[in-house]
Design a binder for this molecule. Structure first.
Ligand SMILES: [Zn+2]
Length: 282
């Protein structure tokens, strides 16, 4: 992320070796998985893990957990709105938008919603169930031809850690932000106390789902070098459903919990290891 090639090998977690950048202290898998591995991960029941013998590296039931996910996202949009200074009808592009749950919230706040997701599952749902024709399967290097060339807000919520080449993606994203517009992201902090004390057991260390944990300093340096300034940053709890928490601790219990009334209970968790940040283009 910072451009340095100096790194130190750390440990093997879930079959992948991880390294720490000597300069910015970001974490990354030493060897990226193949494109086929990633396609297999994101295209086959990634959002519907229950269809595949409860493989908990995926979402158990993304749509079924909509109330939790959208509650977490609403808290973030409400925070972001307080810091946005935009006039008139504004556009919001959410990259890695899944089923468009964040865009559903920003639409209520008056934005025109646009979304891209690597997997076909989410956009199909958003188009059909949320009436959002501008949520598409795709990536930002091939923006749909009928999309605007720039957006007032571009967001990456829980996305950058999944991407093999986050520096390229962030640089390209800066070009998609209109003058006076904003780039918003939420990422794990590899230099947080929780990360440093958890080591390989940190829940963010989750390959091949997560491939890199970006240093906030490296993100800041990249943004400032491209003429963006940080407007705000914060760290929020997120409410996690009981079956999801159970699935991490005792996988066999998850299906039974998910079929019980407990599926609708959640616990707010906060480890101060995730930061949402917002930069503005001058
Ligand atoms: Zn670095």
């Amino acid at each position: 992320m910072c451009g340095s090639t100096q790194s130190t090998r750390l440990w093997v977690a879930k079959g992948f070796e991880w390294s720490r950048c000597d300069v910015c202290h970001g974490l990354q898998v030493t060897h990226l998985p193949t494109q086929e591995t990633l396609d297999e991960l994101y295209n086959k029941h990634y959002y519907e893990g229950y269809k595949e013998n409860y493989d908990m590296s995926r979402y158990v039931d993304y749509i079924g957990q909509r109330a939790f996910i959208q509650g977490n996202l609403t808290r973030r949009v409400t925070w972001a709105r307080k810091h946005l200074a935009l006039a008139g009808q504004s556009t919001w592009l959410d990259v890695g938008c899944a089923a468009g749950f964040l865009l559903d919230v920003v639409r209520e706040h008056g934005f025109s919603p646009y979304g891209l997701d690597y997997s076909a599952f989410g956009p199909k749902y958003a188009q059909r169930e949320l009436q959002m024709p501008n949520v598409r399967q795709g990536t930002i290097d091939r923006l749909p031809e009928d999309f605007p060339r720039a957006f007032d807000v571009v967001s990456y919520i829980d996305v950058l850690e999944h991407i093999p080449c986050p520096r390229d993606i962030l640089q390209n994203s800066i070009d998609l932000v209109a003058p006076g517009g904003y780039l918003i992201g939420e990422t794990f902090d590899p230099n947080s106390w929780f990360a440093q004390t958890s080591g390989a057991k940190w829940h963010a260390i989750d390959p091949p789902n997560h491939l890199n944990i970006l240093s906030l300093k490296a993100i800041d340096d990249l943004m400032v070098s491209h003429g963006l300034n940080r407007v705000a940053s914060a760290s929020f709890p997120r409410t996690i459903s009981i079956p999801t928490i159970a699935s991490k601790l005792y996988r066999q219990a998850a299906p039974a919990l998910y079929r019980s009334p407990l599926r609708n209970l959640g616990i707010p968790l906060w480890f101060n290891d995730v930061v949402i940040w917002m930069y503005r283009k001058s």
